[in-house]
Design a protein around this ligand. Structure first.
Ligand code: CP
Length: 302
């Protein structure tokens, strides 16, 4: 994985993905290892973020690397008209790896093609979010003891939710049965569903969340991605279509865990937070260990 860019989850083989998860387990036990002393990590966020940026910066700091970058492109020379190519070429001279979030689908792939240092995609539009995918796999393996043969529900905005796209691709390697819960207008794109079909995996589609809950080991909730809608009226029509409450989980499997990449808006009631099924805050914390593993692997320190 040394010097490899991570743009799509499929850029890492199944074996490489497993190696990241194993390494993340090591970092969870021993998070402070100064193995990246002298390295510089750049975080370029052209779109807002709390978890991805801060957990990458925390991961880099815990490994002894320094961090440079911006969390708001309006404070960078992009504001003056600098192209993405020029920005990437410049930052490649200042840092050993670039973590980039961008609103445009394909921006991370383009950056990886022009960059002299590896690019880690921290989310490109509605396309992919591979590091979130690895922390989701880590969280699923940790709570279920396996990634194989699970029933996983994706709930909410399956059209624009990039975390769902990456995780569908990854879980298609593990004989997953998919339960897809969304309003008609936010169904999983056919290009993503192809990964389920190509692997001859079972999938079920619902519009009512209550119908899926009794069947699943993992309930993966998502926010309706307001920023991807061109028409605010269309957003208003679907924004509250799938809301999880404690009472709705009354007949869930005993091992079921609720995941959410966060931020949530109101798709998970706060009464779920104190139930044994709620795992989303721990899931976000797992992001630090997984991102330590990703940085250490790409920079060749592990
Ligand atoms: N899960 C996630 O990508 O969160 P942020 O947008 O806060 O980084």
């Amino acid at each position: 994985m040394k010097n490899k860019s991570l743009v799509s989850i499929n850029d890492f083989t199944k074996e490489e993905q497993c190696r990241i998860l194993d390494l993340a387990e090591e970092f969870e036990k021993q998070p402070r290892q100064k193995i990246l002393d002298g390295y510089v990590v750049a975080t370029l966020f052209f779109e807002p973020s709390t978890r991805t940026r801060l957990s990458f910066e925390s991961a880099a700091n815990r490994l002894g690397a320094k961090v440079v970058g911006f969390s708001d492109a309006s404070s960078s020379s992009v504001q003056k008209g600098e192209t993405l190519k020029d920005t990437i070429l410049m930052v490649g001279g200042y840092a050993d790896v670039i973590v980039m979030r961008h609103p445009r689908e394909g921006a991370a792939r383009y950056a990886s093609e022009v960059s002299k240092v590896p690019i880690i995609n921290a989310g490109d539009g509605a396309n992919q979010h591979p590091t979130q995918c690895l922390l989701d796999l880590f969280s699923i393996r940790k709570t279920q003891g396996t990634l194989d043969n699970l029933n996983v529900a994706f709930v909410g905005d399956l059209k624009y939710g990039r975390t769902v796209h990456s995780l569908t691709m990854a879980l298609s390697q593990y004989n997953t049965t998919f339960h897809l819960v969304s309003p008609e207008s936010l169904k999983l794109p056919s290009a993503v569903k192809r990964h389920i079909k190509d692997n001859n995996l079972e999938y079920h589609q619902y519009t009512e969340l209550a119908e899926a809950i009794p069947h699943v080991d993992i309930l993966y909730m998502t926010r309706v991605q307001r920023e991807r809608f061109s028409d605010p009226i269309e957003y208003e029509k679907v924004k509250d279509s799938c809301i999880l409450s404690k009472s709705l989980m009354a007949n869930c499997k005993p091992n079921m865990k609720v995941l959410h990449p966060l931020p949530r808006v109101n798709e998970i009631n706060v009464d779920v937070d104190d139930t044994p099924q709620a795992y989303y805050f721990q899931q976000a914390q797992n992001g630090v260990y997984v991102r330590q593993a990703i940085l250490a692997s790409i920079l060749g320190a592990k």
